[in-house]
Design a protein around this ligand. Structure first.
Ligand code: C5P
Length: 291
């Protein structure tokens, strides 16, 4: 095989409970990741030597500051592969959005190159590389919802939630981003949010597995909303609007700024594609995506 194309999905955090700051500067946390079937596309081709990365979005770097490039370099180096690769990234997921788009791209690059070169690496080794590249990348090496702990890189896959069967996400990116390091830094001003009690993630998972989304809704929680909603109160208005229009649950994802709402019926999420701009004007990006 010399070329390979793979979709690269995104995620939301149904819960992000930060438990405290660690000596290494990262934050200990528990989070519930859920895959979202909205995709970038990655194309891999064995070619020449070195790494040639191209991207449909001219605003994104294509050098070693791009996670795809770093993932490819680490994969080829660790596997001792001398051959080169050409990689094209077609970007649809908004960047720096709390949707894990870049993390997903890095994970799919590891999986894609492993496939392209005949599976030289066991999954356990891909997991080590993924964790060295960033906190959210390991989640994307698999396809189920997951509980994650540590700094987010320790993944325990869980079965699909019966409470979300037939539901749809409405996702909105307002057009401004929130830097992840900024959100974590600012969290220091909110000691209660920075030092959460563990156990909330398992509680949410149990309720979602019990099958009642309305009963699970009060358990949705994101510590990083403390700094984010203070600086960008419009994000709280979005949530109020979604609730008023029938959303069962709504939350900012990750470090934001993307906010999502869960609707029991796909038609309710679809209707938001008109209602939302009607109330707030055209957003940076929005999508209605069945769970
Ligand atoms: O690992 P990742 O590159 O996604 O992290 C980006 C930044 O977010 C880190 O440099 C750190 O400032 C912050 N972070 C954190 N605790 C985590 C994950 C990320 O403090 N668990």
């Amino acid at each position: 095989m010399t070329t390979l194309q793979k979709p690269s999905p995104c995620k939301v955090n149904l819960l992000l409970n930060i438990l405290g700051k660690r000596p290494d500067g990262f934050h200990e946390l528990e989070t519930v990741f859920h895959p979202v079937k909205f995709f970038d596309q990655l194309t891999f081709e064995r070619s020449g030597n070195g790494i040639q990365l191209t991207c449909s979005d001219a605003a994104l770097p294509v050098d070693a500051s791009n996670l795809v490039y770093r993932a490819a370099a680490k994969f080829l180096g660790t596997a001792g592969i001398r051959e080169g690769v050409r990689i094209h990234l077609e970007k649809h997921i908004p960047v720096a959005a709390g949707l894990g788009g870049g993390s997903g791209n890095a994970a799919i690059t590891l999986l894609g190159l492993n496939e392209l070169f005949g599976q030289p690496m066991p999954v356990a080794q891909l997991q080590v590389i993924a964790a060295s590249l960033g906190s959210d990348i390991n989640f994307f090496l698999q396809e189920k919802p997951a509980l994650a702990v540590g700094r987010g890189e320790q993944i325990e896959a869980v079965e699909h939630f019966s409470a979300l069967r037939g539901a749809s996400f409405f996702l909105i990116h307002p057009g401004f981003g929130i830097s992840t390091p900024w959100a974590y830094r600012e969290l220091a001003r909110f000691p209660t949010a920075q030092n959460g009690q563990p156990g909330r993630a398992r509680r949410l998972i149990e309720k979602l597995q019990a099958g009642d989304l309305v009963a699970a809704a009060p358990e949705f929680y994101n510590s990083l909303e403390a700094p984010a909603l203070e600086k960008y109160p419009v994000l709280a208005l979005y949530q109020e609007f979604f609730r008023a229009h029938g959303a069962a649950a709504t939350l900012m994802s990750g470090s934001g700024s993307t906010t999502f709402a869960l609707f029991q019926k796909p038609s309710e999420a679809e209707a938001m594609l008109e209602k939302f701009p009607g109330r707030f004007g055209p957003p940076g990006w929005m999508a209605a995506v069945p769970v």
